[in-house]
Design a protein around this ligand. Structure first.
Ligand code: GLA
Length: 738
């Protein structure tokens, strides 16, 4: 039986659910009911031999959509109601021993998406007034099944703790017009003393008023009422902070850390969205490695907590344990992913057939096919200047993405990545979401999403593509894929769009859908490149000058370090923020400055006391680099290759020391290159943190470069670098001549 009984003294419902006495209690691992059913094994909740994330209704629910009638009759003083509601179980992983800390980031990200989907779905049900997501971990908090899982309750009322918080939030909002949580979070961020781990969008901290020794809140830094508001970029960052935080908990006493994790968010219906702020709360029941914190007399009986630790000290301990930063969480995840793929990587890929054939082979025969080809790029100089409204000087290269496309009835889009042998399908028209399991597909989704946002309605289509561009090499494989997608969609749907606007649309797709705050350079050059020319682009006005690339006996040699660039999203976005901070300080003294492009080194010097040293250095790079891009174009116009080479060298040094986007391996490649006679200049190219170098090198020196640089690099790092000598290629083309 189950029912709701009213507690008149506390004015709250108590759920009685006697059938829960029979639930499975700490079964041996071989009999875990939440593991996938093994062939020939005993039946479990999930009759597959593998699964990703699974949600199902709790077999021992406290609340049910069609509850039995109450077993007792209530009175005016003691009302009784049927226990209506929803209880779901969320399995995080098929693997019995996985935890939020050990799961790949993509899986944690996927979990966030599942939470969001369930929140949206349950919020629509009339029965549900409050969606409560939580996880109990460890026997210390009464867990009866160890398999990694959480739960979701759809309550028919707003539960009392939330009711109380809402009342406080309402009162504060009435007094100040502000969200109470936002105000409190602003104090936490300003003090910094209790911050445990900070991402770009989410932050974990021990609250000032912590009730448990290691209590932690995890909240979005901007106002956000519920999971329904999570954007793809939010979920990426949340996943990293969540994983990092649990890793810290586990590292604290070097053992799996028990906790209760709950999500507090606005009730369904949206009436309180302006004043309530979504956040996670963690209540760990430990006060030391082997000491439990019990909710005893004062806590359980009087509702008054006694915390045996200072919040500031707990925060300092947690800061020191486990991963030190989000960058570290992401880097560790990348290494773990690389180790996983290394184990399954096929020897060598067979050369690809033309994409038209691949499309027909994959999706069967059909209507007319169009093709698009979009090049990657190498940036000669002008790095991290585009989003500061400055100048860049890239050229398109001979490697790129080839795509075949065909319309299909309905709204389904099917995409085949020939190099990976993977196919995905999704629907346009409705909201498009990211697919963490197939990250490459997000660039295709992003462009179709951005087209929809701009009022174009792409229909169903089949796409197949392949690329000779190494991914993560800093040669813009993602921009090339975006551009190929945009041109294919245009060829199929026939909407008018000038190329510069298409570049902006692809940039927006990457900024807002993928969450990478890139500038306009990569998409612009892929669309606008001209054979034999580098392009001097003013990223403020989008005025572009095609500068003939006359290298009199020299080549542009790209050297791919073999180290896929990492941290690009988070570190890159951080650089952007630092530039914005710099502009604010500059503008305070020189109001005409709108972007770093407007500032001089003298003005920056004048503002030096107003900014942190790191911000000063970031600005110094951008201002210097902007000048170097213009000077390089001038040097090339006048045939002064030596000067161009020296500017490239200076650019690298500035990116390494001031902007700090290089890494040990890339610095080694640059140092080794500079020792080869005939190399006029060498620098890192692209966003940084791995990827490639670009070298200006006498043609006859290429063999010596291969011999000395590549061999020595391999000897010292164990990595195989690859040399790509490319002429300046033309921008994207389509079979329709768009
Ligand atoms: C990446 C971005 C570009 C640009 C470079 C750095 O490639 O996509 O917009 O900012 O980094 O110059």
């Amino acid at each position: 039986m189950s029912e709701l009984r009213w507690h008149p003294f506390l004015e709250q419902w108590v759920i009685t659910a006697t059938h829960r006495q029979d639930r499975t209690f700490l079964p041996p691992e071989d009999y875990c009911p939440l593991c996938p059913t093994r062939p020939g094994g005993f039946p479990t909740e999930v009759p597959n031999d593998d699964y990703d994330i699974v949600v199902f209704e709790n077999r021992f629910p406290s609340l049910q959509p069609s509850p039995p009638p109450p077993a007792v009759v209530g009175t005016a003083l003691s009302p009784v109601e049927p226990a209506a509601g929803i209880c779901e179980v969320v399995l995080y992983s098929p693997s019995h021993h996985e935890t939020l800390a050990s799961m790949p980031l993509a899986r944690v990200r996927n979990l966030a998406r599942v939470w969001k989907d369930r929140f949206l779905d349950l919020s629509r049900k009339e029965l549900v007034r409050y969606v409560f997501v939580f996880e109990n971990r460890g026997e210390a908090v009464g867990v009866t099944l160890h398999h990694p899982h959480g739960q979701i309750y759809g309550y028919p009322f707003v539960p009392p703790v939330l009711e109380k918080e809402l009342a406080a939030a309402r009162a504060f909002h009435q007094r100040s017009g502000q969200c109470l949580f936002c105000a409190s979070l602003a104090e936490e961020l300003a003090s910094g003393k209790r911050i445990v781990l900070e991402g770009e969008r989410f932050v974990a901290f021990v609250p000032f008023f912590a009730r448990y020794p290691y209590e932690v809140y995890l909240a979005s830094k901007h106002h956000q009422a519920s999971m329904g508001e999570w954007t793809p970029a939010d979920m990426d960052d949340l996943a990293a902070v969540l994983k990092g935080l649990v890793a810290k908990f586990d590292a604290l006493f070097d053992k799996p850390f028990p906790y209760v994790m709950v999500v507090h968010q606005s009730p369904t219906g949206g009436a309180d969205d302006a004043l309530y702020h979504l956040h996670f709360e963690f209540y760990p029941p430990l006060r030391a490695a082997n000491r439990l914190k019990y909710l005893a007399g004062s806590e359980a009986g009087a509702g008054t907590f006694i915390d045996d630790k200072l919040a500031e000290e707990s925060a300092a301990e947690l800061r020191a344990a486990g991963p030190a930063s989000i960058a570290e969480v992401i880097e560790a995840d990348r290494r773990a992913a690389a180790a996983r793929t290394a184990r399954v990587r096929p020897a060598e890929r067979a050369p690809q057939a033309p994409m038209r054939e691949v499309l027909v082979r994959t999706f069967g025969p059909g209507g007319p096919i169009t093709t698009a080809s979009a090049p990657g790029r190498v940036n000669l100089i002008g790095e991290h200047t585009d989003y500061n409204e400055g100048y860049v000087f890239p050229m398109a290269i001979e490697l790129g993405i080839e795509m075949a496309a065909r319309s299909r009835p309905g709204r389904e889009v099917r995409v085949h990545a020939a190099d990976l042998g993977e196919t995905v399908a999704f629907t346009v028209g409705a909201s498009i979401d990211r697919d963490p399991g197939h990250p490459w597909s997000n660039y295709v989704r992003a462009v179709l999403w951005a087209l929809q946002q701009s009022g174009v309605e792409p229909g169903g289509m089949d796409l197949a593509f392949s690329g000779r561009l190494p991914q993560g090499a800093g040669l813009s494989s993602s921009a090339a894929l975006e551009v190929a997608t945009a041109l294919s969609a245009q060829a199929l749907a026939g909407f008018p769009m000038e190329r510069p606007r298409m570049a902006q649309l692809c940039q927006r797709a990457e900024n807002d859908f993928v969450g990478m705050q890139c500038g306009i350079m990569d998409q612009f050059i892929s669309l606008m490149g001209r054979a034999g020319h580098a392009l001097l682009l003013d990223c403020r006005s989008l005025e572009a000058e095609q500068v003939p690339l006359e290298l009199s006996g020299h080549s542009i040699a790209i050297c791919h370090s073999g180290l896929a660039h990492a941290l690009v999203g988070s570190e890159y976005n951080l650089r952007r923020q630092q530039c914005t901070t710099g502009v604010k300080a500059l503008r305070a003294r020189f109001p005409a400055i709108r972007a770093l492009r407007d500032a001089t080194l003298e003005q920056l010097e004048a503002c030096r006391p107003d900014v942190e040293p790191v911000v000063y250095r970031r600005c110094r790079h951008v201002i210097g680099e902007n000048g170097r891009a213009l000077a390089s174009a001038a040097a090339l116009r006048s045939g002064d290759l030596r000067r161009f080479g020296r500017l490239m060298d200076a650019s690298h040094d500035s990116l390494r020391d001031d902007y700090q986007v290089s890494c040990r391996e890339i610095d080694l490649l640059v140092d080794l290159a500079r020792q080869v006679p005939g190399v006029l200049g060498a620098r890192i190219t692209g966003g940084g943190f791995g990827g490639s170098t670009v070298n200006l090198i006498a043609r006859e020196a290429v063999p010596a470069f291969e011999e000395k640089v590549l061999r020595e690099y391999q000897r010292r790092t164990g990595l195989t670098a690859r040399l790509i000598v490319s002429a300046a290629a033309r921008g994207a083309t389509t079979s329709d001549g768009l």
